[in-house]
Design a protein around this ligand. Structure first.
Ligand code: G3P
Length: 219
C-alpha cells in the first residue's frame, strides 16, 4: 500500500520524505488555503521534495476551463496529478486530460457508481472520502470495498486512493480492503507509529541492559 500525505504543509512533507516512507502527496483547495505564498510556488516546492505523485486540484467547474487549468498544472512539474471533482463536466475533462497523458485523480467520490464512471473516463486514481461518509452515519469503508470489487470485475487499472482518513484504524481497514493508496493528514501518519507496549518494551530492554552494561561491554 502506498502512503501519501494529505497536506500542503512543506515542513511535514519534508519530515516524512526524509524517513523514506512518503509515496506521494494530495492537496485540495482547503489545504492550499492554509499555506503562505502563491499556489504554483507551493506546488512546485512540494514536487521538488516528493519523489512521486503530487495532486493539485482544479477550481473551475466547466469542462473546458478544467481542461485548461489541468494542462497548466501539469506543465508545472512531471509529478503533478490533476485532481478533478466528480461531476459530468469533471469526467469530460478527465477523459480529455487522460487521453493527453495527464494523470487525473477524480475526487469527492461518495458512491460506487461515481467510481465506475470515473474509471470509464480514464481516471488514473479515484478518491473515495471515507471520513465524510462516516460523519453522516454511512460506513465509508464499504465504499472502498465496493469500488475494489467493481474494478476487479472489469480489470480497471484506476487506483483506489482512500481519502478523508481521520485515524489509524481507517488506514488499517483501507489496507485490509486492498486500497492501493491511503492519504493521511500528518497527525494520522504520526499516530501509525505509536503503541504503548513498544515504548514500555524499549524502556525495559534499556533498563536491563544498563544494569549490567559495564560487564557486557567489558569495562
Ligand atoms: O484531500 C481530500 C480529503 O482527504 C479530505 O479530508 O478530512 O477534509 O474530509 P477531510
Amino acid at each position: 500500500m502506498k502512503l501519501f500525505l494529505d497536506t500542503a504543509h512543506l515542513e511535514d512533507i519534508k519530515r516524512v520524505a526524509a524517513m523514506g516512507l512518503l509515496d506521494g502527496v494530495t492537496t485540495n483547495p482547503t489545504l492550499i488555503s492554509r499555506e503562505e505564498g502563491k499556489f504554483k510556488d507551493i506546488l512546485y516546492n512540494i514536487c521538488e521534495v516528493v519523489k512521486g505523485p503530487v495532486n493539485a486540484e482544479v477550481v473551475s467547474l466547466k469542462a473546458d476551463e478544467m481542461i485548461a487549468e489541468g494542462r497548466e498544472l501539469a506543465k508545472l512539474h512531471e509529478n503533478i496529478v490533476v485532481k478533478i471533482p466528480m461531476t459530468p463536466d469533471g469526467l469530460v475533462a478527465t477523459k480529455t486530460l487522460s487521453s493527453e497523458g495527464i494523470p487525473v485523480n477524480v475526487t469527492l467520490i461518495f458512491s460506487p457508481s461515481q467510481a465506475l464512471l470515473a474509471a470509464k473516463a480514464g481516471a488514473a486514481y479515484v478518491s473515495p472520502f471515507l471520513g465524510r461518509l462516516d460523519d453522516i452515519s454511512h460506513v465509508g469503508m464499504e465504499l472502498v470495498q465496493q469500488i475494489i470489487a467493481i474494478y476487479d470485475n472489469y480489470g480497471f487499472s484506476t487506483e483506489v486512493l482512500a481519502a478523508s482518513l481521520r485515524h489509524p484504524m481507517h488506514v488499517v481497514e483501507a489496507a485490509l480492503a486492498g486500497a492501493d493508496i491511503a492519504t493521511l493528514p500528518p497527525k494520522v501518519f504520526d499516530q501509525l507509529f505509536k503503541h504503548p507496549l513498544t515504548d514500555i518494551g524499549i524502556d525495559r530492554f534499556l533498563a536491563d541492559w544498563n544494569k549490567v552494561k559495564d560487564r557486557l561491554l567489558g569495562q
